[in-house]
Design a protein around this ligand. Structure first.
Ligand SMILES: NC(=O)c1ccc[n+]([C@@H]2O[C@H](COP(=O)([O-])OP(=O)(O)OC[C@H]3O[C@@H](n4cnc5c(N)ncnc54)[C@H](O)[C@@H]3O)[C@@H](O)[C@H]2O)c1
Ligand SMILES: [Zn+2]
Length: 356
C-alpha cells in the first residue's frame, strides 16, 4: 500500500492507494478514532458491486447504506436534503461519519452532506472511478449543481482520509475509464514530464495494478492543494489547464453529449494550440499531447453542429470572464504551466476554430 499525505495543517490527511483496500478499511477508520455510526453513501451502479464488502469491513460501526440513482442528476440539493432526512430519521448525530463510495458524483454529494450535517461531520472518500481517484477525492471541494449551473452550491470540506482501491477500476466501463485520462494527461502536462512520457506505453489490459500511476497523480494534486487550499494564490488554478474552453464546449454541446473528460480533451487541444502561439510550446510537444488523447480514444476534433458562437456565448457567461480579465493557463513545455492574463476572447475563438 502506498500512501500520499495531503498536508493542510490540522486538516491534513492521507490518501491510501492499493489493490484490495476496500476490505481493509477497518484499520484506517480505527486509526482515525471514528466512534459513531457510519453511513455509506453510494450510487445504483456501485452499490451492487462494492457496498457489501465495505459494509462488512466497517461492520463495527453499524453501517447504514444510502443509495442514490447513478448519474450527474444525483448532485442536487433535493438529493442532499433527502439523505440528511434519512440520517436524522435513523437517529444519527454529530458522532456519525460518512463514507463516499463511488465516482466524483458521489464524492461531491456525500462530501457536501458531510459538510452540512450537524454543521459538519467527518467523512472518508472511497473513490471508484479514474476521475475520482486522481482528481475529485482529493482537495475538499464538495457540492451540488444549481439549476443555473454546475457546482455552484458547495463547501470546502476535507475528508479525514481517502481509501483508494485501484481494483475497483476493473469494473469501470471503457468510456469512463478513458475519460479519467484527460485529467491524468492534464496533470502530466502541468507538472510531470516523466509521467507524460510514460503514458505512451500505457495499455489498460497490460496494467493490472494501477497503484503507481494513481499515486503519482494523487501526489501532483495533493501538492497543488497543499499550496493553495482555497484557490486564492493561483497555484490551484493551474489545475484548470484545458478547462476554460473545455467547460465552454461542455456547455455548448448540452449536458449528456460529452463526458466531462471528453470536453476537457478538446479544451486541452485548444489550450495547447494557444500555448504554441503564445508561450513557445514546441509544436512537436503539442502533437505528443494530441497523440496521448487519441491513444485514450478522447476527442480532438469538434463536430460541425457545435457552433463556435455557442461556445463563445457559453464562455462569456462564465463568471471568470464577466470580471473582464481571463486567467488562462498555458504551458511552455510539458511538465510546467503558468497563469496568463494576456489571452483574449478573439485568440480563444481562433483556437476553437482550429479544432474543426
Ligand atoms: N470535487 C472536485 O474537485 C471534482 C473534480 C473533478 C470532478 N468532479 C465532479 O465529479 C463528477 C464526475 O465524476 P465521475 O467521472 O467519477 O462520474 P460518476 O461519479 O458519475 O461515475 C461515472 C459512472 O461510473 C459508474 N461507476 C463508478 N465507479 C464504478 C466502478 N468501479 N465500476 C463500474 N461503474 C462505476 C457510476 O455509477 C457512473 O455511472 C462531476 O460531477 C464533477 O463535477 C469534482
Ligand atoms: Zn476536470
Amino acid at each position: 500500500v502506498t500512501s500520499v499525505e495531503v498536508a493542510l495543517g490540522a486538516r491534513s490527511y492521507r490518501v491510501h492507494i492499493g489493490a484490495g483496500l476496500l476490505d481493509s478499511s477497518e484499520n484506517i477508520c480505527e486509526s482515525l478514532g471514528l466512534r459513531g455510526r457510519c453511513v455509506i453513501i453510494t450510487d445504483s451502479h456501485v452499490e451492487p458491486l462494492y457496498a457489501g464488502r465495505v459494509a462488512d469491513a466497517l461492520s463495527r460501526w453499524q453501517p447504514l447504506i444510502i443509495t442514490v440513482s447513478a448519474g450527474e442528476n444525483a448532485k442536487s440539493l433535493d438529493r442532499a436534503e433527502e439523505i440528511c432526512d434519512r440520517m436524522i430519521l435513523a437517529g444519527l448525530d454529530r458522532s456519525a461519519f460518512i463514507v463516499a463510495l463511488g465516482g466524483g458524483v458521489i464524492g461531491d454529494l456525500a462530501g457536501f452532506v458531510a459538510a452540512i450535517y450537524y454543521r459538519g461531520i467527518p467523512f472518508l472518500q472511497m473513490p471508484t472511478t479514474v476521475v475520482a481517484l486522481v482528481d475529485s477525492s482529493v482537495g475538499g471541494k464538495t457540492g451540488v449543481n444549481a439549476r443555473g449551473g454546475k457546482n455552484l452550491i458547495g463547501a470546502f470540506h476535507q475528508p479525514r482520509a481517502v481509501i483508494a482501491d485501484v481494483n475497483t477500476l476493473h469494473t469501470l466501463p471503457a468510456r469512463e475509464f478513458n475519460e479519467g485520462f484527460a485529467e491524468v494527461i492534464k496533470h502530466a502536462i502541468i507538472r510531470d514530464a516523466e509521467l507524460f512520457a510514460s503514458l505512451k506505453n500505457f495499455r489498460r489490459e497490460n496494467n493490472s495494478d494501477l497503484s503507481p500511476l494513481i499515486a503519482r497523480n494523487v501526489a501532483i494534486k495533493a501538492a497543488i492543494v497543499s499550496a493553495d487550499e482555497h484557490e486564492t494564490s493561483g497555484e490551484r488554478a493551474l489545475l484548470n489547464f484545458g478547462h476554460t474552453i473545455g467547460h465552454g464546449i461542455e456547455n455548448a454541446a448540452g449536458y449528456g453529449r460529452y463526458l466531462h473528460g471528453e470536453a476537457i480533451s478538446l479544451g486541452l487541444v485548444a489550450a495547447s494550440e494557444i500555448s504554441v502561439r503564445r508561450a513557445g510550446l514546441p509544436p512537436e510537444q503539442r502533437n505528443e499531447i494530441l497523440a496521448r488523447l487519441v491513444q485514450f480514444n478522447l476527442p480532438t476534433r469538434l463536430p460541425a453542429d457545435i457552433s463556435t458562437e455557442a461556445i463563445m456565448a457559453a464562455l462569456r457567461t462564465d463568471k471568470k470572464f464577466a470580471a473582464g480579465q481571463i486567467r488562462f493557463i498555458l504551458t511552455s513545455r510539458v511538465g510546467s504551466a503558468f497563469v496568463s492574463k494576456e489571452i483574449t476572447l478573439e485568440e480563444i475563438r481562433v483556437a476553437v476554430e482550429a479544432l474543426r
